[in-house]
Design a protein around this ligand. Structure first.
Ligand code: BGC
Length: 767
């Protein structure tokens, strides 16, 4: 022990941690000492892991000054300059002074080792730092954006992406990711729709849970795992007018039924931390809202660390609930916010407020306990350098397994939207190598935008662009590439070269869409058409009369009516990540038969938003022959592509929807079977979806709600019977008094390839 500091060898904590350390290094004698110590400490019987941790945390807390406690509740960012990482010199001093216990945006073993040493060797108590980072869809190796990955309808795929991201990030010195994003959204104007799993609560819950499990594994102290962070709590995905950070004002029922399930699933999966969102929700900014204590902690039992979003405590002032920053800090503390990301308000004001009796120290102690427990669970007290192994970093970063998975996840996230004959023949798959291919558009050979928003530390140097992917798949074709135009402005000077290349080629691949900053945070759009003059580029290419396959890369649904009307083959690639070029080329060539389906509705125009499949019927449902029904004068009610939609190169047919009974009680299970046949020439995968409708409820119910899904493999010509099981639990909803119940009565059960093409049957839930 030097200067009373806790280092791996010190005995300051005078607790089990200290004894354990010695024990690992030596023998039974120490074990006896440990047991004696436990006896002296008044314990009967051996301590559980939790008891040991609590003793450790309590004894450490007992040694901390108020400033050091607040330090554990403070999180500051590292900078990153062209020459590499750079920490503000004030922050360096704060770490040494024990006034900053957590850093984000610092990564790589070399750099984080330097910072960890400051904390462990230079600060009085030597408490290790947490290193947080936005590992949203991969770290150095980038997987598809989460909305894209959700199109696989395979939570297990997302779990593996999260597990591999955790392994790579942990090998780069990190121990905490600000992910998963559980924000459900029904508004594609909102740029952060890219980061979530789409519009449906069941899909959102299954993917969020899978990602938490993937990041955290079963043991947080495993060097291959990270602490996950459920974000952004709550209802960040429903800002008015789709404008990021804007007001959220929704009914309690909608919040509970639609927006909460993904957040709750993360808590049930044991997520270690959560982040409060920037928005206000029904009159209270999330950072000072009762949702944290009432729902997250009390109702769902979340025991982890609650961190703010970037500088969000300071934003309580412009939100209009705090008079000044000190008041803002007080509100956040009282709401149960444990850690202040970047505003520095806890650091500046809390000590004084406690001395003046405005706040009780017990609030601080509880928050600090949560942070120390997390550090303990991560194994940082046992070995603060456990994530800082330069050899391991070299081995794991960009490892083949990650690159292979990036390809697999990329292929599985792609959705085939259209594949109509051109001159009597479907263009996809491109089975015969064309003599020449013109690859046209700003996404043709683009290694940055293909990674999507929040690619953070994603490495463009290892990205396979579409041009490269096509060269790998079509080695016998001559491939000529030109951008034609950019993502912004009106410059059409590249059109003539694009048209020239199209005219001299056998096949045109048009690679267009959004760049990586046109979706994501602070990237809301009021017009979600193709940006810049890309539509005009598509028109010009179409006029050549050449066969054109359109591949669209984007972070959100776009209104692509003209493309849909005029171009024969359309592939939606989202932003597929590091192996994106290979993934798209595999789908184009038929090496992979596309199996993705949309988890978000594609509108025809912005006026249809919010648009989602699980709408209510209204008192005047659409009727083409009656003007006075719920509809538009200028656009159909139907979306361009419905929720659950996506094609295969094969032909999939649904038949024989059968129920084992047409009446169930509250304790019965209904079996719903359907025959799914592959009538096309290729092996295929199919996502089979199950929906219900409560026909008469004490409150109005949606016309369809997804209740289950599965993905099956079918050889060419194969048939399979898929069976789903439903119980009364699956039919619950919030009644007028907000009780979560199922009501007896008549229901429809529906299944099919997507939400607008379903077979249906009726059943009754009996009292
Ligand atoms: C975002 C969060 C992110 C944080 C830290 C904020 O602007 O809203 O999602 O985790 O920055 O980078």
């Amino acid at each position: 022990m030097k200067n009373g500091r806790i280092t791996p060898g010190s005995n300051l904590a005078k607790g089990p941690f200290h004894f354990l350390k010695i024990m690992r290094a030596s023998s039974y004698v120490i074990l006896i000492l440990l047991l004696t110590w436990i006896g002296q400490a008044g314990c009967s019987g051996p301590q559980t892991g939790t008891e040991k941790r609590e003793r450790f945390v309590d004894s450490l807390l007992g040694e901390m000054t108020l400033e050091e406690k607040i330090g554990q509740m403070t999180l500051y960012t590292s900078g990153w300059t062209i020459t590499g990482p750079a920490l503000d010199s004030n922050y360096r001093q704060y770490i040494i002074d024990g006034r900053c216990g957590n850093i984000f945006n610092a990564h790589t073993v070399g750099y984080n080792m330097e910072l960890q040493k400051l904390a462990v060797e230079e600060s009085r108590l030597g408490i290790p730092l947490l290193f947080g980072y936005d590992v949203i869809h991969g770290h150095r190796t980038i997987f598809p954006i989460p909305l894209g990955e959700a199109s696989s309808w395979e939570p297990a795929l997302a779990e593996r992406s999260a597990a591999l991201s955790a392994r790579e990030a942990a090998a780069s010195g990190l121990n905490w990711t600000f992910s998963p994003v559980a924000d459900l959204s029904r508004d594609p104007r909102w740029g952060r729709i890219a980061e979530g799993s789409g519009e449906d609560p069941l899909i959102g819950a299954r993917f969020t849970e899978a990602r938490v499990t993937g990041y955290q594994g079963s043991d947080l102290s495993d060097r291959n795992t990270l602490a996950a962070c459920l974000k952004h709590f709550a209802v960040y995905g429903a800002p008015e007018a789709g404008r990021d950070y804007n007001t959220v004002d929704l009914s309690k029922r909608t919040i509970r039924e639609v927006y909460m399930p993904p957040y709750q699933s993360a808590v049930e999966a044991g997520v270690a931390t959560a982040m409060a969102s920037f928005n206000e929700i029904n009159g209270q900014p999330a950072t000072s809202s009762r949702y944290i204590e009432d729902i997250l902690r009390q109702e769902w039992g979340f025991e982890g660390v609650l961190v703010t979003d970037y500088g969000a405590i300071a934003e309580l002032v412009p939100h209009g609930v705090a008079a000044d920053s000190a008041h803002a800090g007080e509100l956040a503390l009282k709401a149960g916010v444990d850690m202040d990301m970047q505003s520095g308000i806890y650091m500046k004001n809390t000590t004084r407020m406690i001395r003046e009796g405005i706040l009780e120290e017990a609030i601080i102690d509880e928050a600090v306990r949560r942070v120390l427990r997390l550090k303990y669970d991560l194994g940082l007290f046992e070995d603060p350098y456990r994530y800082l192994d330069a050899e391991r970093e070299k081995e794991v970063v960009h490892a083949q397994e990650l690159l292979d998975h990036a390809l697999e996840a990329g292929r599985r996230s792609i959705v085939l939207l259209k594949n109509e004959p051109f001159n009597g023949k479907k263009l996809l798959p491109v089975l015969k190598q064309p003599g020449s291919i013109a690859l046209i558009g700003p996404m043709a050979d683009n290694e940055v935008d293909i990674m999507g928003s929040w690619h953070a530390a994603g490495d463009p140097g290892i990205v396979v662009t579409l041009a490269e992917g096509l060269k790998n798949r079509f080695p016998g074709s001559e491939i000529k590439t030109t951008e034609g135009c950019g993502f912004y402005g009106k410059d059409r000077s590249g059109f003539s070269e694009a048209v020239r290349l199209a005219n001299i080629s056998d096949l045109v691949i048009l690679a267009i869409g959004e760049n990586y900053v046109q979706s994501g945070e602070a990237a809301s759009r009021s017009d979600i058409g193709l940006p810049g003059v890309q539509q005009q580029l598509a028109d010009a290419i179409l006029k050549t009369g050449k066969p054109v396959v359109t591949v669209i890369f984007a972070g959100r649904p776009l209104t692509i009516n003209r493309i849909d009307e005029n171009l024969p083959a359309v592939l939606w690639a989202w932003q597929p990540g590091t192996r994106g070029g290979d993934a798209v080329a595999d789908v184009l060539s038929g090496a992979y038969n596309p199996s993705g389906k949309l988890t978000v509705t594609f509108p025809r125009n912005v006026g249809q938003i919010p648009i989602y499949y699980s709408t209510k019927n209204s008192g005047r449902p659409f009727d083409a022959d009656n003007k006075y029904t719920s509809k538009y004068l200028d656009v159909p009610n139907e979306p361009l592509y419905p929720f659950g939609y996506g094609l295969s190169y094969s032909e999939i047919r649904y038949s024989n929807l059968e129920l084992n009974t047409h009446e169930i009680s509250f304790t019965d299970t209904l079996q719903v079977s359907v025959t799914v046949s592959n009538e096309g020439p290729y092996a295929a995968e199919e996502i089979v979806q199950l929906y219900t409708r409560d026909l008469i409820g004490s409150v109005t119910r949606p016309v369809k709600e997804l209740k289950d899904f599965t993905k099956i493999k079918l050889a060419a010509g194969e048939k399979q019977v898929v069976t789903f099981f439903l119980t009364a639990d699956d039919l619950r909803f919030y009644d007028i008094d907000m009780n979560f119940i199922a009501e007896p009565g008549d229901f429809l059960v529906m299944t099919g390839p997507h939400s607008a093409d379903l077979l249906s049957a009726e059943f009754k839930l009996e009292k």
